[in-house]
Ligand binder design. Sequence first.
Ligand code: ATP
Ligand code: MG
Ligand code: MG
Length: 372
Amino acid sequence: MKVAVVGSGQLARMMALSAWPMGIRFSYLVQQGDSLDPITSLGDVIYDEAFPEAEALYKALGEPDVITVEKEAVDTDRLKALQAFCPVYPDPKMLETCRHRGLEKSWVNEQGVDVAPYRRTGNRQEILAALDAIGYPAILKTCTGGYDGYGQWRIKSAEDAVALEEEVCNLDCVLEGFVNFKREVSMIAVRNAEGESRFYPLTENLHRDGTLLTSKAPAPNLTAELQQQAEEIANKLLAASNYVGILAIEFFVTETADGGEHLVVNEMAPRVHNSGHWTQLGCISSQFNNHIRAITGLPLGNTQAMKITGMVNLLGVEMDNSVLVNSDQQLHGYGKSLRPGRKMGHINLVADSYEELDAQINATLAKVYPEG
Ligand code: ATP
Ligand code: MG
Ligand code: MG
């Protein structure tokens, strides 16, 4: 069995590593300038520019059984042309929806699922009108290209709105109301071509400067009711898009008038996701493994958490074994060269209680980020 992945980052690397023992082999479709370090020695690398014709490209990729992606910012016309030769999962149409915040929010809304209040904007006047309708604080987000908090401007007051640069105002954006959330959680869901789906327990995520820092799974105090709410939403979105593979859904958890919890969709990722990295240690079948199983038509793997699990991201710090705090921890490095804030690796860890989980996460953070 052969899988071609569009992209050459850590997500491609971890998909390949997780499916390697099952005898599945990989090739990678990349662009000039992509960093190849994470996938070095893990299969052939093919440059998109070198094969203008889809059939020649398909052959160069080693005639894969299926093509998948590790990111949503890809040339979907190219993928649609490749669909003549083998399945492409998830469908390029869903990638187009997910990589554009405006299309994504309206599509999620059409499925009867809540998103934060928002308006599309393209100039200062539209931003001011949107602020009038939605109020402060708000966040302006570019429709395309944003990730890890890049391409976002927080607007706390009318002065902030006035201070926005003209260039920023003229970008294709969504202006989003600030959601007063209790916590953030994410759902990692998987569906195969027969329509069978499985769900991991909700993960609680903590972000620092817009970038994921830690995850805890299952989310502390996770009720059956909240898990059910998330699975129903995931089911709707998976079925409506006839989805195949892993879909990640980021949620804000808000408090209802009667003290209950309500889920609002922040955004989706049509791929394996950083908030699902804990599944490498916490589950029989990790998100990476289940993604490959789903797209290759293998039976889906168990998604239950075997233990209380945590994940700490290594952001802009050298990745080496000395950062491990104890023997309940697992280190994953991405083979990348160091840059400020760059995702270099992560630590997965297990604990017997949530108190122990917190203590371990805090000890790990203190060791990895001694400066705080
Ligand atoms: P990534 O794709 O890496 O998850 P991103 O750049 O697409 O990040 P978002 O997920 O939109 O960014 O936002 C990053 C974080 O900023 C969120 O996880 C949340 O903590 C905060 N945030 C974003 N939008 C809102 C909002 N409307 N209300 C409150 N907080 C928000
Ligand atoms: Mg995003
Ligand atoms: Mg996000």
